[in-house]
Design a binder for this molecule. Structure first.
Ligand SMILES: Cc1cc2nc3c(=O)[nH]c(=O)nc-3n(C[C@H](O)[C@H](O)[C@H](O)COP(=O)(O)O)c2cc1C
Ligand code: FES
Length: 377
């Protein structure tokens, strides 16, 4: 499945490339050396005339960071793990030129005797169902066209052209989505309050909490590094639902790759008319700016986060009033976590019932986990 979807983006019939080499450019693999792998691939490609035949794609996190640097070659879907620079010449000669994956460098669980198994058959991946992470490790997050190629911005188009704001809110309510930032508040309820609590508000805001201060938690970082456009699309949908025209993403400065990719994504979304004025030719206008957090754990708390965006010391303020009524700059505001937003476009496209068919009785959908410490993977 993962191989097929990647092929739709990398190696499809219209692609001029025979092969695609996906190299993980997430923080984990970057620190274990993936930039050097890309450098060596580029050097080998130039020397061996492969530049026009094989495309190198820098992706976000595949999830198996402990095995980094990670590299997948399509169309075969061969999964190379803990790749070393000195292994690259053999992979280029034997696999990319010769057509035979180098079995001894492959992730061992994908090799069974003479057969090479799909990654989805491995113990790490076989029970995973990726919704929030569906594009991570599949697309180049710095290219809006790859996001669009995976149905990106289709949900925004759908809400702006076929749904009322009330329909959107009802869909999110029916989906049973609850906030992934810790409190578990029903997302649709939050949006409904922000839409209705102050009729005729002159300004409203949509905020995204990307402060992710909990030690060992990298769920939001994976989404931001691997699929930044999904957060922009979801925030625009939220803006339409509550009647806001401005969004802010509060992202911790300790996530430089996420910050860089968000900046690129915002620029590309503006250039392509997905952010800014009259989106999809409708009356809806919405833009997003970034604000960097300086590392205070408390700034992940929603009222402290808003105080920090306002330019003041990030201290929590008493609730009530709740942000839906008086949030950022005292205006009605919704604030959701990165992972919460990452579910929104898929809920719009696949329907509330699809999302509600997964998860537990009281909390629907899937959950991203970051695992660390003395564990196998
Ligand atoms: C001390 C403190 C730190 C928090 N840190 C975060 C954080 O890093 N990221 C986050 O999304 N929520 C954090 N929260 C929860 C937020 O206040 C808020 O409930 C959440 O971002 C709302 O989004 P959601 O409804 O999508 O979960 C924190 C809460 C407290 C009290
Ligand atoms: S950062 Fe490469 S697999 Fe996670």
């Amino acid at each position: 499945m993962k191989g097929e979807v990647a092929l739709r983006t990398h190696g499809n019939a219209s692609s001029k490339y025979e092969r695609h080499v996906l190299v993980c450019g997430g923080t984990g693999c970057t620190s274990s050396g993936s930039p050097k792998i890309i450098e060596e691939l580029e050097k080998q490609f130039a020397d061996k005339g492969l530049t026009d035949k094989v495309q190198i794609v820098k992706t976000g996190c595949f999830g198996l960071c402990e095995r980094g640097p990670i590299m997948i070659v399509y169309p075969e879907g061969s999964f190379y793990s803990r790749v070393k620079v000195d292994e690259i010449p053999r992979i280029v000669d034997e696999h990319l030129i010769g057509g035979n994956p180098v079995k001894e460098f492959l992730y061992e669980e994908t090799v069974a005797g003479d057969e090479i198994k799909s990654l989805d058959d491995t113990s790490f991946y076989k029970k995973q169902h990726r919704v929030a992470l569906r594009n991570c490790g599949v697309i180049n997050p710095e290219n809006i066209n790859e996001y669009i190629g995976r149905d990106g911005y289709e949900a925004l188009g759908k809400v702006l052209t076929t749904m009322t704001p009330e329909d959107v809110i009802q869909t999110i309510l029916d989906s049973g989505l609850r906030g992934r930032g810790g409190g578990g508040f029903p997302t649709g309820m939050k949006w409904k309050l922000a839409r209705n609590i102050v009729p005729n508000a002159d300004q409203k805001y949509v905020c995204c909490n990307a402060d992710e201060g909990d030690p060992g938690a990298f769920m939001d970082r994976s989404v931001l590094e691997g699929d930044p456009h999904v957060v922009l699309e979801a925030m625009a949908i939220a803006g339409y639902a509550i009647g806001a025209t401005q969004g802010y993403i509060y992202v911790r400065a300790e996530y430089p790759i996420a910050v860089e990719r968000l900046n690129i994504a915002i620029k590309q979304a503006r250039e392509n008319g997905m952010l800014g004025k009259n989106i999809f030719g409708t009356d809806f206008c919405f833009d997003i700016d970034l604000r960097l957090g300086a590392g205070a754990f408390v700034c992940g708390e929603e009222t402290a986060l808003m105080t920090s965006i306002e330019g003041n010391r990030g201290e929590p303020r008493p609730r009530p009033p709740f942000p839906a009524e008086k949030g950022l700059f005292q205006k009605p505001t919704i604030l959701n976590n990165v992972e919460t937003y990452a579910n929104i476009p898929q809920i719009i496209l696949n329907g509330a019932q699809w999302f509600a068919s997964m998860g537990t009785e009281k909390s629907k959908g899937t959950k991203v986990f970051a695992l660390g410490g003395k564990i196998k993977n």
